[in-house]
Write a protein that binds this ligand. Structure first.
Ligand SMILES: [Zn+2]
Length: 150
């Protein structure tokens, strides 16, 4: 199917190199709107809002980034470490710039999730959890469960 000019522009920004050296789509060949729609139906099936996931991730990021690289205990979730990184990165949807740095959240079963200020923003404002194989892809059902939202 032919992409709209807006979606074509978005796709270009999401490819490796322009905004992020690794890009936002990983090995996923689906167009961003399809990724978003698929993840939205997953969340609807679970009765969880993307905003609730984003809010919880932001809470964890705030606590972890305040600890300056020291692991912090997140009750009922696991532990989190913030990795500082210099610089800022624009949102590929074109609505702002976000600081770099990532949180690694590890559950008691040793499952690791990685997310950044930009990934939280994209989940909250665009319902975008990134493509499969992307460094910061979060599976909506897995992260919702890990955060105790389902
Ligand atoms: Zn945005």
């Amino acid at each position: 199917m032919k992409l709209s000019p807006e979606e074509q522009k978005l796709l270009e920004r999401m490819k490796p190199g322009l905004y992020s050296s690794q890009g936002f789509l990983g090995a996923d060949s689906r167009r961003p709107s399809v990724i978003i729609d698929t993840d939205r139906s997953t969340l609807e099936g679970l009765d969880v809002a993307a905003e609730d996931i984003a809010a919880k991730l932001r809470e964890i990021m705030d606590v972890a980034s305040g600890a300056f690289g020291t692991p912090v205990e997140i009750p009922d979730v696991g532990h989190a470490v913030f990795y500082e990184s210099m610089g800022r990165i624009p949102c590929p949807f074109g609505d702002g710039v976000h600081r770099k740095g990532e949180v690694r959240l590890t559950t008691p079963d040793d499952v690791e999730f990685r997310f950044t200020p930009l990934s939280i923003h994209m989940i909250e404002h665009h319902g975008f959890f990134q493509g499969h194989g992307s460094r910061y892809r979060l599976e909506p059902d897995t992260i919702a469960a890990a955060l105790g939202l389902v």
